[in-house]
Design a protein around this ligand. Structure first.
Ligand code: ZN
Length: 144
């Protein structure tokens, strides 16, 4: 029985694993020769870009080893939803906190406040201890 020869398109389809599911290439020397030509041309084109079988085998071994390893117990950090929720909460906390104050900025503010207090104390004509004495005499209408 002589079925139809492969067209160029059908041979290319076969390269990608689709197309006619038959044994024509085993039976027809013409199509088998064209098939060999096509696969050789393809190999030349791809050249070094063809992935080495060793590399693929290594990858398969790594995947198999990973699959064989027992699944680690789910800790809180390994649960993606919990980690995502924590990240969102931390982001919110940072956003609500406003700009982050550097320690130097905080110290400068504390020092400024301290000098302000000292200056107020020094610029007052009488010490703070005198104030209760004024209250005893009830100085009406007098603004100090
Ligand atoms: Zn043929």
């Amino acid at each position: 029985m002589e079925d139809t020869h492969y067209s160029e398109d059908e041979l290319i389809e076969r390269l990608y694993g689709v197309g006619r599911p038959d044994f024509h290439l085993d039976l027809c020397p013409d199509c088998a020769a064209r098939w060999r030509q096509l696969t050789e041309r393809r190999r030349e084109r791809l050249g070094e870009r063809e992935i080495s079988p060793d590399l693929l085998a290594g990858q398969r071994r790594a995947i198999r080893a990973k699959l064989a390893r027992p699944e680690p117990a789910p800790g809180w950090a390994s649960r993606p939803l919990v980690a995502l929720a924590l990240a969102v909460l931390m982001g919110l906390a940072l956003a609500l906190q406003g700009p982050v104050l550097r320690p130097e900025a905080v110290m400068a503010a504390v020092e400024a406040r301290f000098f302000e207090d000292v200056f107020r104390e020094v610029s007052r004509p009488e010490p703070r201890a005198v104030a209760p004495v004024y209250a005893l005499f009830e100085t009406k209408g007098e603004k100090r």
